[in-house]
Ligand binder design. Structure first.
Ligand code: TXA
Ligand code: MG
Length: 316
C-alpha cells in the first residue's frame, strides 16, 4: 500500500502532479471525459505501473494524451483525414489510432507492440495545464480497476485505486462523463468505440460514412472497452425496461418520478454526464438490480447504450 495523495487544482497541486509523473509515478487526473491514470509514455516502468494498479490485462493498448498538435506529429504520422478531424475536434473527446513513429521512444507497453498508437488532445483545462508542465506524452486509461465503472470524480478514483497510486489531481466532476470516441485512421476511417463525439458529427466532418468496424472473435478482444463485460457495477443491469420487475430499482430517462434518473427532461448530453456517477451511487446505496429506461440510440446516445450493454453483459 502506498499513501494516495489528493492534489488540489491549484498551481502547486498541478506542479506536484507533474513532478510525480516525471519521476515515474502514476497520477490520476481529470479530463473532459473521465479521470485518466497517467504515466509518462516513454517510461516503461511507469507504464507497467498503470497495468499493475488497474489489474489490466496486458493485451490492451493505452491512449496517449498530448498538450499540442506538434507533439502528435512527433510521435505519429497523421494521415490527411486525421489532420482534418484533429482540426475540427481537438482538443476534445476524440481519439485517433494512427501509425506510430518507431523512433518516438514510446514504451511498448503503451501500444502492446502494435505499429499504431492511439492519441488525443484533451480539452479539460486542468489536463491541458498538467500535460504542458509534464512536457511529455502521457499514457492514460480510465482510472478505475479493470472491468469496473469508469471514474468521473476524484472520489470515484479513490474508491477504486486508493493505496495503489501516488495521487489524484482533483478537478471536480467530468463534463462529458463517458470516454472518447475512438477511430482507426490507419486505413479507411472506422469506429472502434462510440464516445463523447457523436458519429454523425464525425461523418459530417469527413464528408462521408465511416467504414464498418472490423469484426473480431469475442475470445480475442484487443481492448477492454471491447470486452463484453465492462463498466460493470455490482448490481444486475437490465436495459430497455418499460416495466419494473420485483426487487428492481429504476434508472430513468425522461419524465417520471424516479429517485434515480440520467436526465429528467430526456437530454442525452446530461444523461452521458450522469451515467457513471449514477451507477457508482446506486452501487454505494446497495441497489442490487437496476432497470434502465429506453434511451434513444442517436448522437451520444449510441455511446450511452454501448456502455449500458457492457454493464448488463454476463460477468466472467
Ligand atoms: O476518454 C478516454 O478515452 C479516456 C480518458 C482518460 O482519456 N481513456 C480511455 O482509455 O478510455 P482506455 O484505456 O480505457 O481505452 C483505450 C482504448 C483501448 O481499449 C483500445 O480500444 C484503444 O484505446 N486503443 C489504444 N491503442 C490502440 C491501437 N493502437 N489500436 C487500436 N485500438 C487502440
Ligand atoms: Mg476504461
Amino acid at each position: 500500500m502506498e499513501h494516495t495523495r489528493r492534489l488540489s487544482a491549484e498551481p502547486a497541486g498541478i506542479a506536484e502532479a507533474a513532478r510525480l509523473l516525471r519521476a515515474g509515478r502514476n497520477i490520476a487526473f481529470p479530463t473532459e471525459t473521465v479521470y485518466g491514470l497517467g504515466a509518462v509514455a516513454t517510461d516503461a516502468a511507469a507504464v507497467a505501473g498503470i497495468y499493475a494498479a488497474k489489474g489490466r490485462p496486458s493485451f490492451n493498448p493505452l491512449i496517449v494524451h498530448l498538450a499540442h498538435l506538434d507533439q502528435a506529429r512527433e510521435i505519429a504520422q497523421l494521415p490527411e483525414a486525421a489532420e482534418r478531424l484533429a482540426d475540427v475536434f481537438w482538443p476534445g473527446p476524440l481519439t485517433l489510432v494512427v501509425p506510430l513513429r518507431e523512433d518516438a521512444g514510446i514504451a511498448s507497453g503503451v501500444t502492446s507492440g502494435l505499429p499504431s498508437i492511439a492519441i488525443r488532445l484533451p480539452s479539460h483545462p486542468l489536463a491541458h495545464r498538467l500535460l504542458t508542465e509534464v512536457a511529455a506524452p502521457v499514457a492514460a486509461p480510465s482510472a478505475n480497476p479493470s472491468g469496473q465503472i469508469s471514474p468521473t470524480t476524484a472520489d470515484h478514483v479513490l474508491g477504486g485505486l486508493d493505496g495503489r497510486i501516488a495521487g489524484v489531481l482533483d478537478g471536480g466532476p467530468c463534463t462529458v462523463g463517458l470516454e472518447s470516441t475512438i477511430l482507426d485512421m490507419t486505413d479507411a476511417p472506422c469506429l472502434l468505440r462510440a464516445g463523447g463525439i457523436p458519429v454523425e458529427a464525425i461523418e459530417a466532418a469527413l464528408g462521408g460514412a465511416l467504414a464498418p468496424a472490423p469484426t473480431r472473435a469475442p475470445t480475442a478482444p484487443i481492448a477492454p472497452g471491447q470486452l463484453s463485460s465492462h463498466y460493470a457495477p455490482r448490481a444486475e443491469v437490465r436495459l430497455n425496461a418499460d416495466q419494473l420487475a420485483p426487487g428492481e430499482t429504476r434508472l430513468g430517462f425522461g419524465a417520471g418520478p424516479e429517485p434515480w434518473t440520467l436526465s429528467a427532461n430526456g437530454d442525452l448530453r446530461e444523461a452521458a454526464a450522469n451515467l457513471f456517477a449514477c451507477l457508482h451511487a446506486m452501487d454505494a446505496a446497495g441497489v442490487t438490480a437496476i432497470a434502465v429506461s429506453p434511451i434513444p440510440n442517436t448522437g451520444i446516445g449510441l455511446a450511452i447504450n454501448d456502455r449500458l450493454h457492457r454493464a448488463a453483459a454476463p460477468r466472467s
